[in-house]
Design a protein around this ligand. Structure first.
Ligand code: S3P
Length: 455
């Protein structure tokens, strides 16, 4: 088990370029693997989660060419050659690692094939509910077998001749929406997903990028089956969920300023900026480029933060940022309330329990509710030993808390960070060195080079 030791912040970098967006990297690999030719993916996130997706598409017949790696980050550019949406049966089970996005979206793709695939993953993934994708995929005609009432992994999905459905999401989940839309590509006619609360729309945007026609009527999103994605090169923007850690570090540091470069600014993901603005943070963003997905630089200037209430329809937009926003709440004046966020209980771990427990270890008063928590801000944080429960966002959120704590914070089981942000420790080190101050940081000197490693 790896540990990451964090001390109070000593220096402040002026710029950080976060790695590629996890949700978009998964989808880029999937659509490239179902397309009719060669797609070059730049800005890819070479995290364990996304590499599971690439390997899965490779196991089902797509050709993968590693093109470029970034020192300390990994494979950031690759080409995937697909042979259309009808894939090849894999030789064995598919390992989805820790990745809910891989197993749930692939279930949608496999539902449209004429073979069976077994999909498994680590202990954390094996506890997560897959019934939410099994239900609509069974309605469409696929056979989905899993463990217990929650239909947990290992899952066996047997594709069938699918029927289109109209499906109202019982929970706000982009993964379920995407699984149904992907299966819809294999059903004759119009498959519709109704989402009562908007969730991230990367699947819809990437369908447009790959020339797949879909339509939105109110809160209904529909696709027509029988379309072949057209291979089209794609650049993945930086992940706003990864940038969020540095946003909070900067927002709570009076006198400091950081520029986060080339961050994805899709409005279904920028809720974290809105919440921090509401807490009194000074944040500006400038959209520099918009080709399929908007992106730009985000500048955060430190100051004093005030408590806020986070809930309702904004929850899906900040779902992955709630652990780090809870840390922002602990650093703010007043009590911050997070509500309507029951979904946090079924993430990589129960994030309500994990955040509450670890914040208490650092000296913060937290009241836990079924659907959220109230955090009493303004206490002096003390360094503590943090249990991550194999959850990357718990590990990173508490590493940021450690920057504001007296003494040492020890993140136990920090290897889970590799599932979404393999270069996190390197970027964190920019806040720990006594000598760097506000000078330009070495991370900018990372140079791309031809891929030499083993894929
Ligand atoms: C994701 C959707 C969200 C999010 C996850 C990635 C996606 O999950 O928490 O990290 O890429 O579609 P849900 O759709 O289950 O809320």
């Amino acid at each position: 088990m790896a540990t990451l030791k964090v001390r109070k912040l000593k220096s402040f970098p002026t710029e950080i370029s976060v790695p590629g967006d996890k949700s978009i990297s998964h989808r880029a690999a999937m659509f490239a693997g179902m397309a009719d030719g060669r797609t070059v993916i730049s800005g890819f996130l070479p995290s364990e989660d996304c590499l599971c997706t690439v390997k899965a598409m490779q196991a089902m017949g797509a050709e993968v060419e590693p093109l470029e790696e970034l020192e300390g980050v990994g494979l950031v550019k690759l080409a995937i050659t697909g042979h259309g949406p009808k894939l090849k049966a894999p030789a064995g089970p598919i390992d989805c690692g820790n990745s809910g996005t891989t197993i749930r979206l692939l279930s949608g793709i496999v539902a449209g094939q004429d073979f069976s695939v077994e999909m498994g993953g680590d202990a954390s993934l094996s506890k997560r509910p897959m019934k939410r994708v099994a239900d609509p995929l069974r309605l469409m005609g696929a056979k989905v077998e899993g463990q217990g009432e929650k239909i947990c992994a290992p899952l066996k999905v047997t594709g069938g001749s699918l029927q289109p459905i109209t499906y109202t999401l019982p929970m706000a989940s982009a993964q379920v929406k995407s699984a149904v839309l992907l299966a819809g590509l294999f059903a004759p006619g119009k498959t519709t997903v109704i989402e009562p609360v908007a969730t991230r729309n990367h699947t819809e945007r990437i369908m447009s990028h790959f020339g797949v026609k879909w339509l939105r009527e109110g809160d209904a999103i529909s696709v027509y089956g029988g379309q072949t994605p057209r291979a089209t090169d794609i650049t993945v923007p930086g992940d706003i969920s990864s940038a969020a850690f540095w946003m909070v570090a900067a927002a709570a540091s009076p006198g400091h300023q950081i520029t986060l470069k080339n961050v994805g600014l899709n409005p279904t993901r920028t809720g974290v900026i809105n919440v921090l603005l509401r807490m009194g943070a000074q944040i500006t963003s400038s959209e520099t480029h918009s080709e399929g997905e908007p992106l730009g630089h985000v500048i955060v200037r430190g100051g004093d933060l005030n408590a806020t209430v986070i809930g309702g329809a904004e929850i899906p937009n900040v779902i992955d940022e709630l652990p780090i926003l809870a840390i922002a709440g602990a650093l703010a004046r007043g009590s911050t309330l997070i509500k309507d966020a029951r979904e946090l209980r079924v993430k990589e771990t129960d994030r309500i329990a994990a955040v509450a427990e670890n914040l208490r270890r650092m000296g913060v008063t937290v009241t836990e509710f079924d659907d959220g928590m109230e955090i009493t801000g303004g206490a002096k944080l003390t360094g503590a030993t943090i249990t991550t429960y194999h959850d990357h966002r718990i590990a990173m959120a508490f590493a940021i808390a450690g920057l504001f704590a007296e003494g040492e914070t020890v993140i136990e089981g920090s290897e889970c960070i590799n599932t979404s942000y393999p270069s996190f420790a390197q970027d964190l080190a920019l806040f720990q060195s006594a000598t760097q101050g506000d000078s330009p940081i070495p991370v900018l000197a990372r140079v791309p080079r031809p891929f030499t490693g083993k894929f």
